[in-house]
Write a protein that binds this ligand. Sequence first.
Ligand code: PLP
Length: 463
Amino acid sequence: MDKQKIELIASQDRGAVLHPFTNLKDFASGKLGDPTIVESGKGIRITDATGREYIDGFAGLYCTNIGYGRTEVADAIARQAHKLAYYHTYAAHTTDELARLSDRLVKMAPGKMSKVFYGLSGSDANETQAKLVWYYNNLRGLPKKKKIITRDRGYHGCSVIAGSMTGMSFYHDYMDLPVAGILRTGVPHHYWGAEPGESELQFSERRARELEEMILREGPDTIGGFIAEPVLGTGGITPPPAGYWPAIQAVLKKYDILLIADEVITGFGRTGAMFGCDKYAIEPDLITVAKGLTSAYAPLSAAIVGEKVYKVMEDGADTVGAFSHGYTYSGHPIGVAAANAVLDIVEREDIPGHVAKVGEYFQKSMQETFGSLPIVGEVRGVGMMAAIEFVADPATKKRLDPALKVGARISKAARDRGLIARAMPHGEILGFAPPLVTTREEIDQIIDIAHKAVISVLDELKV
Ligand code: PLP
């Protein structure tokens, strides 16, 4: 793209786009530099308007799972757009692709699933899940059983209820969140949360005890649901400690509390299993999917509803009539066509199997490369998601001075060298979530650049 065009786009953008998660003043004043104009993508790489290529070590926002430039998906979208760009799904209207997608999701999803409700983002799907928890308990004659428990550092989106269920305060500040009725329990992160000498199992049991104590304190008849990511994502890419999920699920079952598995990141292969629930033997009542469902080729999300919940909803029709929830774009044909084309690839190429193999190599290389550096406290991950947590002193777990902005500086140093790795918003953490089709050779390239970036900042810090 020529210089003049780039300047025009930059000025139009600066003048009119309200960018998410961007310091508005720094952007407006030019302190953040010009926007990066992303022009094209192929495989695991994107190219900007100046012709610079980056390895996308975060798959956009953990979503371009099958990589960029898969023409098979683009063709499916085009075919659908030519045939029927839109029709709604209200009052029992459907399309062939929608029926096929729903049937395959119900069959492939873990647990006993029954129906699929569609939205456009992870946030709106979680919004739906909260309403389903309330609807279900109203229909059962349990109008008090409405509170939803979430976890510190959980991420479930930015809309009003999903944002309230997100367990990081900076997503709430100045936005009047969280709303009432959302409770927060402890994060399952052994490295930071364990007492001295406490094993992972003991720590998990303590987290489950704390959950039970909260339920008893509030009254079990007031708690409707528990929402969690199988592997904590935006809160720091943190796999659960040993024994966590069995202990938590036992408590939820005991008090008749619905489990919403937020599989927005983990769904469709990221952990090396098709779903995070498969990986950790989680039996959810409701499942949220988005991102990998279409590999971000089109916006689409889904709230997958389990048999137990759906049965109550169907029986309730005698009382309430129609299920009064839906969006103009629920089951939009373009997103649905993209999802079917993407899932064809996920199944044909056995993406979860590929992640299981290459992910093991990725995790091992991460440990070997970064594990013993003098500012690395923990290297963690599963499948194709990993994080490095930086601390001032690994022996004492002394935290780095936030003013040093170590995570952000390392992320920038990686970017300057052609790798996108994300400075996670909570703590001094560098996160990786490359496309699931990344090869071993590409993993080597990612790790090599990340290593150079870490060393460059170590040199600046004179550690
Ligand atoms: N749930 C999880 C686990 C996520 O990681 C995200 C986004 O990162 C969301 C929900 C929200 O999805 P969206 O940004 O599409 O609203």
